[in-house]
Design a protein around this ligand. Structure first.
Ligand code: NI
Length: 136
């Protein structure tokens, strides 16, 4: 019997979507307003979901205090109020799309969890646009 527990978190960050190896015109065609050279911000909403067996002693899949600290240390402290392109090393050469941000978050959190727990990241870039990644 497996149960999924989820915790929501939040961060504000700025980004610009572009490729250095493309002309401004091509970047403009593909990324539109997201190619604004002066960057723009989003209020990202994050849902971190952990799936596993209920521990017989504690009754938990994972202690939510532990999960909260993992998210704070690996995501909020690293991304909140940052310019993702300029200040977050993972995006130095990686376009900070919602898709890529979700993968980076997954790769930061997964090693912090026990091997028997599955992880899914859901990231809202706007209230209507969201992506999810579970390591596949
Ligand atoms: Ni954007």
């Amino acid at each position: 019997m497996k149960v999924t527990v989820s915790r929501k978190a939040h961060f504000n960050a700025a980004h610009r979507l572009y490729r250095k190896d493309w002309s401004f015109e091509k970047n403009d065609d593909i990324f539109g307003k997201c190619n604004n050279p002066n960057f723009h911000g989003h209020n990202y909403e994050l849902i971190v979901s952990v799936t596993g067996q209920i521990d017989k002693e504690t009754g938990y899949v994972i202690d939510m205090k532990v999960l909260k600290d993992i998210i704070k240390n690996n995501v909020e402290d690293a991304f909140d109020h940052k310019n993702l392109n300029l200040e977050v090393p993972e995006f130095k050469d990686l376009n900070p799309t919602a898709e890529n941000i979700a993968v980076v978050i997954y790769n930061k959190i997964k090693p912090e969890l026990s091997d028997n727990l599955d992880l899914e990241i859901t990231l809202y870039e706007t209230p209507r646009n969201f992506v999810s990644y579970s390591g596949n």
